[in-house]
Design a protein. Structure first.
Length: 439
């Protein structure tokens, strides 16, 4: 439970326009309900209805953030923060469902008949299950019942499909509120606001599920080369069939392969430079789909790419920088490294952390970049020989007054580094990370 509240905590982070707007809208909705409270409404039930309306607003915001529209990414200063706020709104909405259920039924209600309550039960059960499923990987699974432990270990493929049902349950919640909420029946203003909020969420869901695939350009590629540098990683080079994708170093794409893998869409960071004709990704076998790719991908297999997405870009930071890659999180940094030229003007300490030495990728290229660019100092940290890399080790002997830190790796790693660098005095606005897990 502590981790759930940590997801909600702002941790004194640097405000962004998107975060400020989201908090303002959430607070304004509560204020509006209190100001517009119709007469003769029982206090307990009224507070329960506020919780329900606020939950609908937050889940609608969750669906809006999931559209990955460029304007949203810019408003939150990067996709990493969009994902964080996506989790926060979903978590807060989940918590508000509990007092809504407990208080909204505390007084008799003449509207609570027919299909309305059934829609509420459907929305409540569906949102609870999906939210717990989404949050399960962030919990200390060993302390929870068996079903939650199993959810925490579920694969990305098994998680994604039911997660896409969220919009249906939000639509059920909107219909439920409009039918049974006595406050909405007595206040035209609150009813209009509630339905507008619900419409935004439903429209965002429909856009993502039905329209986005036609709006976001799709590029046809073909697998040109497949390499397996170790037992758990496959490096794939892709050749464009017609036009090639334009992207910035550090961005990611949504990639699907044809053939035996069946066109499943998954996000992968690009490891190649924009100037390269071929597009390269490195894929670690961490789920059913990626494990299948390790043995099934062949040159000539068709592929489709949507994107690019993300704003992980060192050029937005200052002159003094620390880059930290953990495991397969090396991929966006390789795009940066392969794009370095004579105009590179940052002073970078690059740390590449892996559990075992045979897991390290691209070492020759990284070493060559260090030779060609004296301001780029690379360090390989192998945990089973050197111990775990920490913020203190990465910052040793370096002034942190003006440093910017860029990270990509498993979420526990990036969180530990964020906490460590914050403790050392690095401003939150100068800590940037590529969100390694999409859920």
């Amino acid at each position: 439970m502590t981790r759930i509240f940590r997801d909600l905590a702002l941790r004194a982070e640097e405000p962004t326009p998107g975060g400020v707007a989201l908090v303002t809208v959430a607070v304004a909705n509560v204020v509006l309900w209190f100001v517009s409270r119709p007469p003769l409404q029982p206090t307990g039930r009224f507070i329960g209805e506020i919780c329900g309306a606020e939950a609908v607003l937050l889940f609608s915001c969750t669906l809006l953030l999931a559209t990955l529209l460029p304007v949203i990414e810019r408003a939150f200063s990067g996709l990493d923060r969009v994902v964080v706020w996506h989790r926060r709104t979903a978590t807060a909405g989940l918590l508000l469902l509990v007092p809504h259920w407990a208080l909204a039924t505390s007084s008799p209600d003449s509207y609570a008949t027919g299909i309305g309550p059934l829609l509420g039960d459907l929305a409540l059960l569906g949102l609870l299950v999906l939210s717990v499923w989404a949050l399960a990987p962030t919990l200390r699974a060993a302390r929870w019942p068996g079903p939650i432990r199993r959810l925490a270990r579920t694969t990305y493929e098994h998680w994604l499909t039911p997660h896409r049902l969220t919009g249906i349950f939000v639509a059920s919640a909107v219909a439920h509120g409009s039918i049974v909420d006595p406050v909405l029946h007595r206040s035209t203003l609150l009813r209009v606001v509630f339905l507008t909020v619900g419409a935004v969420g439903i429209a965002s869901y429909l856009y993502r599920e039905l329209i986005a695939r036609f709006v976001v350009p799709i590029y046809d590629y073909r697998v040109a080369d497949v390499r397996t540098p170790n037992d758990s990683t496959v490096e794939v080079s892709l050749e464009p069939v017609r036009r090639s994708l334009d992207f910035r170093p550090g961005q990611f794409v949504v990639l699907s392969f044809g053939g035996t893998t069946g066109w499943q869409r998954h996000p992968f960071s690009v490891a190649s430079a924009p100037a390269d004709r071929r597009l390269e990704v490195a894929i670690k076998a961490v789920g059913d789909y990626t494990r299948d790719l390790h043995g099934s991908l062949r040159p000539g297999d068709p592929a489709k790419i949507a994107g690019p997405f993300g704003g992980f870009d060192y050029r937005r930071g200052g002159k003094e920088q620390i880059w930290i890659a953990g495991g397969i999180g090396i991929t966006p940094f390789m795009s940066w490294i392969r794009s370095l030229d004579d105009g590179f003007d940052r002073d970078v300490a690059f740390y590449y952390s892996v559990a075992h030495e045979n897991e390290a990728l691209y070492l020759d290229e990284i070493e060559q970049a260090s030779k060609e660019h004296p301001v780029f100092a690379s360090h390989l940290v192998v945990a089973d020989k050197d111990g775990f890399l920490t913020a203190d080790k990465a910052a040793a002997g370096r002034s942190l007054a003006d440093v910017w830190v860029y990270m990509c790796g498993p979420p526990p790693m990036t969180k530990a580094f964020c906490d460590g660098f914050r403790r050392l005095g690095v401003r939150r606005s100068r800590l940037r990370w590529e969100q390694f897990a999409a859920r």
